[in-house]
Design a protein around this ligand. Structure first.
Ligand SMILES: Cc1cc2nc3c(=O)[nH]c(=O)nc-3n(C[C@H](O)[C@H](O)[C@H](O)COP(=O)(O)OP(=O)(O)OC[C@H]3O[C@@H](n4cnc5c(N)ncnc54)[C@H](O)[C@@H]3O)c2cc1C
Length: 579
């Protein structure tokens, strides 16, 4: 096996490419580069092995995986003024596969406008929707749902890939009572909530069936897909676990620019240096990547100087421009049905039966084949006369891009056994921005994570509209006799009280991007050029979610896969590698 748990087993400390972080993007890069048998690649992953971690395999065990565990870095944000001074937990995965191995598995790509805006911003048409779509397809293997139900009318096969490493499917266990009502609402209120056959066509507006990175009822991650046995056995690919990179070292000059030839990492209590003769690729994610850049002297000179870190390159945008989706979870109602997630989560016998059913066959079946995140997703625009547009000009990527995401689930966050339904609301076109910076010269000290939630009033107004729109959704006749009281009664509150409640309760979607954002080659801001090389450096690239300059109107894993696929192609072109 080329997956090493012990540094003493690593065959060498000199490779052509060193990829820092075996996460969502890093494993894509490692896989694609090693298609050329003549080059060598090492992946350094700080975290643990994903092998045998049941909660990362069985989709419905998600809720056991996400809270603070040994598989998470267990960060907490700084106190945020927009959240009434609250800090919130900030989960990032600490095992092979990165966040793709512990996320909610929701598969969404965003609006065509998101990518066309990236192309405009960078001056590189390669990031436009038309040119990035082939990379979405390249990473994807559309798969039948675990229950093999008839999926006609639930997705559009022409916008999906069939041969990629990441399985994507519709839910494989029906919650029919609830699902029928969601679809019925799209018929009763079609102007406000139209049905959309497939939100992943680049035209996401409307209500679509949920798609997830699941195949055969199992989670599909960058570890199970891009590092599947047939890839990890390549003689030119090595992966080392438990190796936390501190900084880049062996500074030199190449093409008149600063360059690093070595990567320093900690294994156990010792530091090691591995050499990269061609390129170092940072794929440590939107928290880890800016941290390593700053530890290495790449960042705002004033901040580095204050910490006593010698500046290699003054690049003030490192760690800035962070964007993420704030999430509001309180739109929750009691329901007059026991066809809800609580029928499993609130009943130890049915829970054990469901897990046993999943384990009973290699072709998994039963309620544990799905994530339990929801049944449908809605992407919606604010009304044209929304007060949000007084607070700020429309931040969405265009008329086909949403401001809000609704996730519909026959469950909720109540007491065990309580039959609930929820509409989770996220602002997917936030104006607020934050940062991830270091505040210590100790490279292993956790960075300061500030997603900046609700620092712009636009985002609060958008949630206020979202609350009314969710109430309108459940006012459709479809819900008569089914829906009961809200678990927190928001109906009597005025907008000022509601806004206060939003600030008290809003949390994270964990969709952080932008902390090593790309910009045009001649821009006076940004961290990487459109080819993902760090501006002003030689032999150093960033390929992960941190290069995405503005958070897309989507959960960010699919976008990360597509960016990593194109990023790997750009590296291959640069070094004339075979494909
Ligand atoms: C709780 C949660 C739920 C989410 N749900 C969804 C969802 O349902 N759908 C969706 O599309 N997106 C979801 N996301 C977001 C999505 O998963 C991420 O945007 C995406 O996976 C980021 O990929 P990445 O490669 O940039 O970073 P990561 O996948 O985080 O990879 C970074 C890797 O680098 C490693 N690393 C970090 N620092 C170092 C270091 N110093 N040395 C060595 N290794 C290091 C980390 O351990 C990690 O393995 C979720 C995220 C979280 C946290």
């Amino acid at each position: 096996c080329k997956l090493y748990e012990d540094v003493a087993d690593l065959p060498k400390l000199h490779y052509d490419f060193v990829v820092v972080g075996g996460g969502t993007a890093g494993n894509v890069v490692a896989n694609r580069l090693t298609e050329d048998a003549n080059i060598t690649v090492l992946v350094l992953e700080a975290g643990l092995s994903n092998t045998g971690v049941a909660a990362s395999e069985v989709p419905f065990l998600l809720s056991e995986l996400i809270p603070d565990t040994t598989y998470s870095w267990n960060y907490t944000t700084v106190p945020m003024p927009g959240l009434d001074g609250r800090s919130v937990p900030y989960y990032r995965a600490y095992f092979l596969g990165g966040c793709s191995a512990h996320n909610g598995m929701v598969y969404t790509r965003g609006a065509a406008g998101d990518f066309n805006r990236y192309a405009n911003l960078t001056g590189d048409e390669g990031w436009s929707w038309d040119q990035i779509l082939p990379y979405f397809l390249k990473s994807e293997k559309w798969s039948p749902p675990a229950d093999h139900h008839d999926t006609d009318g639930q997705y559009n096969s022409t916008v999906h890939g069939t041969d990629g490493p990441i399985s994507v499917s519709l839910n494989g266990f029906a919650w029919s009572t609830f699902e029928d009502k969601v679809i019925q609402t799209t018929k009763e209120l079609p102007d406000d909530f139209p049905f959309n056959l497939d939100m992943n066509s680049g035209q996401p507006l409307g209500i679509s069936w949920l798609q997830s990175t699941i195949g055969n009822g199992e989670r599909s991650s960058s570890a199970t897909g891009y590092l599947a046995p047939k890839f990890i056995k390549r003689s030119n690919l090595d992966v080392l676990l438990h190796a936390q990179v501190s900084r880049l070292v062996n500074e030199t000059k190449a093409d008149g620019k600063p360059a690093f030839k070595g990567v320093e990492f900690k294994y156990g209590d010792s530091l090691f240096v591995v050499k990269a003769s061609k390129e170092i690729i940072l794929s440590a994610g939107p928290v880890g990547t800016p941290q390593i850049l700053m530890n290495s002297g790449i960042g705002a000179h004033s901040a580095l100087k204050a910490l006593g870190i010698p500046t290699v390159l003054d690049l003030p945008s490192v760690g800035q421009n962070a964007s993420d989706h704030p999430s509001f979870y309180a739109m929750q109602w009691e329901v007059n049905s026991d066809d809800t997630f609580a029928s499993i989560t609130g009943n130890a016998t049915r829970y054990a039966e469901g897990l046993a059913q999943w384990n009973a066959s290699a072709k998994h079946t039963g309620p544990f084949v799905d994530s339990g995140v929801g049944t449908h997703i809605g992407y919606l625009r604010l009304p044209a006369d929304s007060p949000a547009f007084v607070a700020h000009a429309d931040p969405s990527a265009g008329p086909d891009a949403p401001h809000l995401e609704f996730t519909f689930l026959p469950g909720g966050y109540g007491t065990a056994g309580q039959n609930l339904m929820t509409i989770d609301i996220a602002v997917v076109s936030p104006v607020s921005r934050g940062s991830v910076v270091i505040n210590s010269s100790d490279p292993f000290a956790p960075p300061l994570i500030d997603p900046g939630y609700l620092s712009s009033d636009f985002d609060v107004f958008a949630l206020l509209d979202g609350i009314s729109m969710a109430q309108r959704f459940v006012s459709a006749p479809a819900w008569d006799g089914y829906i009961g009281a809200m678990t927190t009664n928001l109906t009597g509150l005025n907008d000022v009280e509601l806004a206060a409640f939003i600030r008290e309760t809003t949390g994270s979607s964990y969709h952080l991007v932008g902390t090593a954002g790309m910009s045009a080659s001649d821009a006076s801001y940004g961290v990487v050029d459109p080819d993902l090389q760090v501006k002003g450096m030689s032999g150093l690239s960033v390929i992960d979610a941190s290069v995405v300059p503005i958070v897309p109107a989507a959960h960010t894993a699919a976008v990360t896969y597509a960016f990593a696929e194109r990023g790997a192609d750009l590296v291959k072109q640069r070094w004339s590698l075979s494909t």
